[in-house]
Design a binder for this molecule. Structure first.
Ligand code: VG1
Ligand code: CO
Length: 543
């Protein structure tokens, strides 16, 4: 009983940094979700017909409705099996793992990641391919092109489908398998890390708080930390996924995870704190009164990889997104392995991982991961840190400070200006782009500009070229300012300014990044005319 429904294209279905992300009200328009899903199926026709797909989301508002529609469409499009997380829940890294484990053709993840949820919040769809990773650029382009021409989609008539009971059943010719979304992922983590050692750490009185921010990692974290690793009940806070994330912003940073930060800064606070985002792919790592910059975190995990069973033999290479600090490059150099610099977004790591050029990769935006899946993985990073803390028996702060003393410190900050007028933000970027050729040789904050460009990337595996990935101003002495417009925001434009400077003087290792970087922060404002063009005199989020 397949229905063919006539439709007309929407013009705004171009996927951004991480899938198609829009306000819920946009997704609720008749045919909007259906058009995009059909565009995905049409773009992949031969790959998905008769194949298995994995399906789930972060539990945000509209997740359940979307799952029902997608199941009816998958059946009507000749998919042979869909593996769906119970209750429609699945974290992004767990979907990636499930695709790989099942040999599925791909997966559909329903999430707007760190964007707020609820009827007035955002919704999103990501399509992941057979390697478990985000659709690469050429495929997202194909899907977008298809969405501009679509005139029909296939679907079964409305019928309620039970996704809350673990069982396998038929939907016309398609098999639906409702599974526990945690079990397979938890088993994978047990294969990668030394759970006995981490269990001993908790048994010795080590105290941790993990903030799931009312998003998807709650159920995973409770099983992994409180059940398998024996951490006391209450270790996981905000552990029940809510459709509106409790009204919060499920973004693990110093601004939006303020509750956790406060706990770690209190006199009798825990030894270790961590948080993840809406869909479970990000991580924030905190020690007592101490914040670990995500760029440093990547470098530290790389430098200590052999402490962890999965990486005992060492790593073959590292990749980081361009705006991520060069801390990882120092480690790669010391290890004698390559460090690749990619555009922002996890899709650019897939080829390097598949070709075994790299083992670890990460972004400054609280994303870290490895070859175990093809997404960044929040809980994986937390477990890596726990494994490290158990082996090295040092505090988080001491591990980071030791690292800086050994490799130097790439002092780093990111300033975000959110909800800017889109035209003003584009004008700022255009004007700065025009100015780039004049900058080399000029002096700012006591430093000479050595190069300035608009970052472009050529994929070393498939030769694909990606342009306009951020404006870079490089100074002699290894300082740098980078400007980018966000590709995940849904309200106006978000300007991200990334500022870093290398310090090797031991006395500078103790000073706060905002203080050390003040002259360069001021330079970043002047060169781009941020205050003048946006009317803002301070950023909304400082990392
Ligand atoms: C942001 C981050 C980027 C990350 C992306 C998706 O993109 O900067 O590093 O890959 O979010 O993360 P943008 O274009 O807004 O800067 V997530 O957790 O949404 O999957
Ligand atoms: Co995310």
């Amino acid at each position: 009983m397949i229905q063919t429904i006539s439709t007309r294209p929407f013009s705004d279905q171009r996927p951004g940094t991480s899938g198609l992300r829009k306000p819920v009200s946009v997704f609720q328009q008749p045919h909007y979700l259906e058009n995009f899903i059909q565009s995905v199926f049409d773009s992949l026709a031969d790959e998905v017909k008769g194949a298995t797909l994995v399906l789930g989301g972060d539990g945000r508002y509209y997740n359940r409705e979307a799952i029902q529609i997608i199941l009816r469409m998958a059946a009507a499009n000749g998919i042979s099996r869909v593996v769906v997380g119970q209750g429609g829940l699945f974290s992004t890294p767990a979907v990636s793992a499930a695709i790989r484990e099942r040999g599925a053709a791909g997966g559909i993840i329903l999430s707007a990641s760190h964007n707020p949820g609820g009827p007035d919040g955002d919704f999103g769809i990501k399509y992941n391919i057979h390697n478990g990773g985000p659709a690469p650029e050429p495929l997202t382009e194909r899907i977008y092109e298809r969405s501009k021409k679509i005139d029909r989609y296939f679907i079964l008539p409305p019928t309620p489908i039970d996704i809350d009971t673990q069982r396998t059943f038929q939907l016309e010719t398609m098999t639906v398998e409702v599974i526990d979304p945690v079990t397979g992922y938890a088993a994978l983590m047990q294969r990668l890390f030394d759970f006995d050692r981490i269990r001993e750490l908790f048994a010795s009185g080590f105290r941790m708080r993990f903030d799931a921010m009312h998003a998807i990692t709650g159920p995973y974290a409770k099983v992994i930390f409180e059940k398998l690793l024996g951490a006391p009940a209450g270790t996981v806070i905000n552990g029940t996924p809510l459709p509106d994330f409790g009204g919060g912003h499920p973004d693990p940073n110093l601004t939006y995870a303020a509750e956790l930060v406060k706990m770690l800064n209190s006199p009798d606070g825990p030894d270790f704190g961590a948080a993840s985002d809406g869909d479970g792919d990000r991580n924030m790592i905190l020690g007592r009164n101490f914040f670990v910059n995500p760029s440093d975190s990547l470098a530290i995990l790389a430098a200590n990889a052999t402490c962890v069973p999965a990486y005992r033999e060492g790593i073959v290479g590292i990749a980081r997104s361009m705006p991520t600090s060069r801390a990882a490059d120092r480690v790669a150099q010391a290890l004698g392995v390559q460090c690749y610099e990619t555009p922002t977004g996890w899709k650019f790591f897939g080829n390097l991982l598949d070709a075994e050029r790299i083992t670890l990769c990460g972004e400054e935006s609280f994303g870290t991961g490895s070859n175990h899946v093809r997404e960044k993985d929040g809980l994986w990073a937390v477990l890596f840190w726990l494994n490290l803390l158990a082996v090295r028996a040092q505090s988080v702060e001491n591990i980071v400070r030791d690292h800086w003393h050994r490799y130097g410190r790439d002092v780093y900050t990111r300033h975000d200006y959110e909800g800017l007028d889109s035209e003003a933000a584009s004008a700022l970027m255009d004007a700065l782009r025009q100015k780039l050729p004049e900058l080399p040789g000029t002096k700012h904050a006591g430093m000479v500009v050595s190069a300035a460009d608009d970052f472009a990337y050529v994929d070393p595996i498939d030769g694909g070229r990606t342009e306009h990935q951020g404006l870079r101003i490089l100074f002699a002495d290894e300082a740098r300012i980078v400007y980018r417009l966000s590709g995940t925001g849904t309200k106006g434009a978000t300007l991200r300014v990334y500022i870093e400077q290398r310090e090797t003087a031991p006395e500078k290792m103790e000073t706060d990044a905002q203080i050390l970087l003040r002259p360069l922060i001021e330079t970043a404002d002047i060169l781009a005319g941020i205050r003048e063009r946006t009317g803002r005199d301070h950023p909304d989020v400082i990392t």
